[in-house]
Design a protein around this ligand. Structure first.
Ligand code: HPA
Ligand code: ZN
Length: 368
């Protein structure tokens, strides 16, 4: 999935590249449907007899790969993403998708993976939520047993479908919440024309079930959406949040409350939120003491850029050293939904890699 160089910035030094490859990682912001490659999309469409739209981009795998290079905004991506999701029918399809992602993530150095999925995108096509969760949880259990990874499943509701459907859909998952298979909810899809505050009853219901909570906000929408996510919905995690950088009082609030932003710089470039990774507000987050992690979002739609490539793109853009990467490691680990014992183990392992980097810098004047 990842290589030493990136299309999203300069080439990192081979030393910092190897450090980033070895750094234990948490992935917090990954839509499993967003890992569906064009080749698997066509394979599953044929297997499951799914008719793809009669549009030029669906004429061939090559045409679709080309199309994915030219999204104009979030909505143009979402239109393709929901068509892609429609080829997933059986529990085996979901298991295969998740297992392929988890093995690639393992190669990228992921120790802990939180997988979001869009139950409504499947339920509205007549695919039962039980089937989706059965397939995904087979893969996550296997990753825990065979890859020594910890995992979570995040039940992500689509805000453009409204509060009532979100409430109804969450209630369908009660059994999976009770047995611990679903650990949190998210909120995704467009921010345009959405009143975030209207989802308060959904977040209250999730909290009453003992679930963790997060929501996409401030990806294409204004800082107010991030304020509503933290103040009204009560989240201590925000997916994306890049537009928070426009509001110094909000940055201060995120820092004070140690609210994690799960940032996806390559996704932001591909969806024209920013022009280059170097335009990402990560340095502002660092300066303000806002915790953030780096994530891949929908890698199959964004040049197959897995999490390691996202880390490398950030390094290409900002040429950071061990101090800055320690902030990212600490933020990622502390903001993760994993147990404290694993957090301690992971932080210790990050410290070993970063201390090596620090001492190599001193010894060889290697720079970053
Ligand atoms: N933003 C909003 N909705 C989404 C995304 C995203 O990045 N990925 C999948 N659904
Ligand atoms: Zn996302």
């Amino acid at each position: 999935m990842s290589s030493g160089s990136s299309d999203h910035g300069n080439v990192t030094t081979s030393h910092s590249q190897s450090i980033l490859a070895r750094l234990p990682k948490c992935e917090h912001h990954l839509h499993i449907e967003g890992t569906l490659s064009p080749s698997l999309l066509f394979e599953l469409a044929a297997k499951n007899d799914v008719d793809l739209p009669d549009r030029p981009e669906f004429a061939s795998q090559e045409a679709l790969e080309e199309y994915y290079k030219h999204f104009t905004d979030l909505q143009s991506f979402l239109d393709a993403y929901y068509v892609g999701s429609s080829v997933l029918i059986t529990a085996d399809d979901f298991e295969r998708l998740a297992w392929d992602y988890l093995t690639a993530a393992k190669r990228d150095g992921v120790w802990h993976a939180e997988l979001s999925f869009d139950p409504q995108a499947h339920h509205r096509r007549g695919i039962s939520i039980d089937v989706v969760i059965e397939g995904l949880s087979r893969a996550t259990k296997r990753a825990e047993a065979e890859l020594n990874m910890s995992t979570c499943l995040i039940f992500c509701l689509m805000r453009d479908l409204g509060l009532n459907l979100a409430l109804k859909t969450l209630r369908l998952a009660e059994e999976h919440i009770r047995n611990g298979t679903i650990v949190g909810i998210g909120l995704d899809s467009t921010e345009v024309g959405i009143d975030f505050k209207s989802f308060k009853p959904l977040y209250d219901l999730a909290l009453s079930y003992g679930l963790r909570i997060t929501a996409h906000a401030g990806e294409e929408g204004p800082p107010q959406n991030v304020w509503d996510t933290v103040d009204v919905l009560g989240c201590r995690r925000v997916d994306h949040g890049v537009h928070a950088a426009e509001d110094p009082a909000l940055l201060q609030h995120l820092a004070d409350t140690r609210t994690l932003l799960t940032v996806c710089p390559i996704s932001n470039v591909c969806l024209k939120v920013i022009e280059h990774v170097r335009d990402s507000p990560l340095p502002q987050f660092l300066a303000a003491g806002v915790p953030f992690s780096i994530n891949s979002d929908d890698p199959a739609y964004f040049g197959a850029s897995g999490i390691l490539e996202c880390y490398q793109a950030v390094q290409n853009a900002f040429n950071w050293g061990p101090e800055e990467w320690l902030w990212i490691c600490r933020s990622s680990i502390e903001g993760s939904w994993m147990d404290d014992e694993k957090k301690d183990k992971m932080l210790a392992a990050c410290n070993v890699v970063l201390a090596e980097w620090e001492s190599a810098r001193g010894r060889n004047n290697l720079g970053r």
